[in-house]
Write a protein that binds this ligand. Structure first.
Ligand SMILES: NC(=O)c1ccc[n+]([C@@H]2O[C@H](COP(=O)([O-])OP(=O)(O)OC[C@H]3O[C@@H](n4cnc5c(N)ncnc54)[C@H](OP(=O)(O)O)[C@@H]3O)[C@@H](O)[C@H]2O)c1
Length: 372
């Protein structure tokens, strides 16, 4: 049978350890779990069944393996230590008989994005970033449509635009918007992305190293590797759509608590074809997966056992091909979520109204100020 394995990891040590060890993780304090997880070996999590291609009817199986490091540990421990743990997780996948391995979350961000890891394994490895990019841009545009934002007259922004995912998201989003703001920490790297965009789209490009520049954007796609949230309520324009692809999240929870005039959606969530059972709750509704998981699954459904996305350089062609093949097998963006909750059509209508009210109030305040 065609198959795959996928590496996941905890983001919040206590909450995520409870998903596998409910009793033990409830008893131990968070710092203890965080400390002990460093010494844990990779963990078999579950057997995945029921995934069936809509195009061919082929059914495949898979496995979740956990790398016990959190993102904070993966950025603070020496790269060699992190590689060793991820490679050990990959070897466990090999022992299970996996024919391809997907690197979830931060295991694909660390170091050279999978290249070193794949050299130490006998099976192909993919980061899943090609499909993550395709889904992130698609979801942003779909959300824009629902929020009645016309991309052709809008300003878009990509936060983390110098990263491997951000760079290609910026190129794709630039094809749809009037102006694009690229936000990063290094102006020289941002200039390189600007050159790529100017070679293939007519969008005006602005470079920035401050979140204040998000104030002008109606469409925001954020995908940094920051450990803490980088986007706060005061950074955003009323009526904006914000697609957060980063894990851990880039958007602070305060944004949804304090700004009822903004739509924040999780980027990178797709519906899996067939009656899938992950046999593990990783925080998504039944039948839904991260786009990076979906890329690994797509390669297994296609019987294409090659290291499809590896390293920090991803091409537009890779992204477009993966988007088309995943769609063929039946992966779909289906509904939006924000901070683990489904977003209803009524909620979106309410956000549109709230944003309209905000704009009226701002106009009135402006007039009052002018008449003083
Ligand atoms: N949802 C999914 O399915 C999915 C799949 C794969 C990955 N991801 C997530 O996507 C994120 C990015 O992955 P990646 O592989 O693209 O990482 P990456 O190549 O390391 O790029 C991250 C970028 O973020 C920038 N950055 C960090 N802090 C920033 C800040 N405060 N302001 C602006 N830019 C900042 C970095 O800039 P510097 O160059 O200055 O450091 C870097 O260019 C991660 O959170 C990962 O977990 C999600």
């Amino acid at each position: 049978m065609d198959n795959f394995a996928f590496i996941i990891h905890p983001v919040n040590p206590k909450r995520d350890a409870q998903r596998k060890f409910p009793v033990l993780a409830k008893l131990l304090p968070e710092p203890a779990i965080d400390f002990l997880s460093r010494y844990f070996p990779p963990l078999y999590i579950s057997h995945i069944t029921g995934i069936t291609s809509l195009a061919t009817g082929k059914e495949i199986e898979g496995w979740f393996i956990a790398c016990p490091f959190t993102p904070r540990q993966m950025v603070s421990l020496p790269a060699e230590t992190v590689y060793k743990k991820i490679i050990a997780a990959g070897k466990l996948a090999q022992e299970l008989g996996a024919k391809i391995l997907g690197l979830g979350g931060f295991t694909s961000v660390v170091g050279d994005a999978g290249i070193t890891i794949s050299k130490h394994l006998d099976i192909p490895v993919t980061t899943g970033d090609s499909y993550t990019i395709a889904v992130a841009v698609d979801a942003t545009l779909k959300a824009a449509q629902q929020m009645r934002v016309d991309p052709a007259t809008a300003t878009g922004a990509v936060v983390g635009a110098t990263g491997s995912i951000g760079r290609v998201c910026a190129q794709l989003l630039a094809r749809h918007v009037r102006k694009i703001v690229l936000i990063g920490r290094n102006l020289e790297s941002l200039r390189q992305v600007q050159t790529l965009i100017e070679a293939q789209s007519g969008a005006e490009v602005q470079l920035s190293t401050t979140m204040q520049d998000l104030q002008q954007a109606e469409l925001v796609l954020t995908v940094t590797n920051a450990i803490e949230a980088v986007i706060e309520p005061q950074h955003l324009k009323s009526g904006a759509v914000v697609c957060d692809v980063a894990r851990p999240r880039d958007v602070s929870r305060r944004v949804v608590e304090e700004r009822d005039d903004i739509l924040v959606i999780e980027g990178g969530m797709v519906k899996v074809p067939g009656p899938v059972n992950f046999n593990f709750d990783f925080g998504f509704p039944p039948g839904m997966a991260f786009a990076c998981m979906a890329e690994t699954i797509t390669l297994a459904l296609e019987g294409c056992y090659q290291s499809y996305t590896l390293g920090k350089e991803i091409s537009l062609e890779q992204v477009e091909t993966m988007g088309a093949v995943a769609a063929k097998h039946g992966f779909r963006i289906s509904g939006f979520r924000s901070f683990e909750l489904a977003i209803t059509d009524e909620k979106i209508d309410q956000i549109i109204q709230n944003a309209h009210q905000q704009r009226l109030m701002q106009k009135q305040a402006h007039l009052n100020w002018a008449n003083l």
